[in-house]
Design a protein around this ligand. Sequence first.
Ligand code: NCD
Length: 310
Amino acid sequence: MRHLLSTTDLTQDEALSILDTARELAQVADRPVKKLPTLRGRTVVNLFFEDSTRTRISFEAAAKRLSADVINFSAKGSSLSKGESLKDTALTLQAMGADAVVIRHGASGAAHRLATSGWIRGAVINAGDGTHEHPTQALLDAYTMRDHLRGNTGSLEGLNVVIVGDVLHSRVARSNVWLLDTLGANVTLVAPPTLLPVGVETWPCQINYDLDEAIVKADVVMMLRVQLERMNAAFFPSAREYSRRYGLDAQRMRTLPDHALVMHPGPMNRGMEIAADVADADRSVILDQVTNGVHVRMAVLYLLLGGQEA
Ligand code: NCD
């Protein structure tokens, strides 16, 4: 593995090695000094063309815990607002000696472009490209499921995962469907037909339009944010109607099996796809997802930058 661009190119062995490495590295978080010298002298650039809270901070924390130098570069306040191209930005970063570039970009395929262009010699990590993929999010989600439901060592074989909501605009859903399939889980997508992408019937998952029916056998229910900023038309009649059919409220949550987890990648629209009391419920592992994101990103940086040789 030289880059991490998509979960479709991860083999089961590669995915499990990331999850196992993350479990080992998670132990660092319990120490008073949360730092390993592994990536000392290496430079990780966070190149964020789109807004982000969790993902950017998480990559920064992960790189710093491994003692890498971190350069944060966001579109606002840079020459990008003067019209500088992705190519010139990439060449500048290369000239500064970036060993890894973590990129988030509004265009699907931006991370691939960076990885295959030759502009950058280091590893490229996709931190979300348009509506395409967000592989580290899927890996942290799988880590969280494995940790809570399989003792953090077992396989996800046969786990029933229901992913609900705005699949059309969700790179999180795409990355999760492929990774979970690779890991042996059964994925069901629940969404209004208008929020499912063209070609979804070829994805390795089931489709159900009825949330109440889908969740009774769920081990995990993952709610997706309704991505209003990517919607230029009306995809559903009203927010109220959406919540009623596709939102998770306390009443609906009570129909879940006792052990089932509620997940959300964040940021949440409380009251829309997820009720506030559900987000804060005991079975909600949304903040664990955030914590595990750091472990998983440490593992990805460690494996891509060849921590051992360094
Ligand atoms: C997601 C994203 O940006 O793709 N958030 C995240 O990375 N945690 C999902 C979203 O924006 O709804």
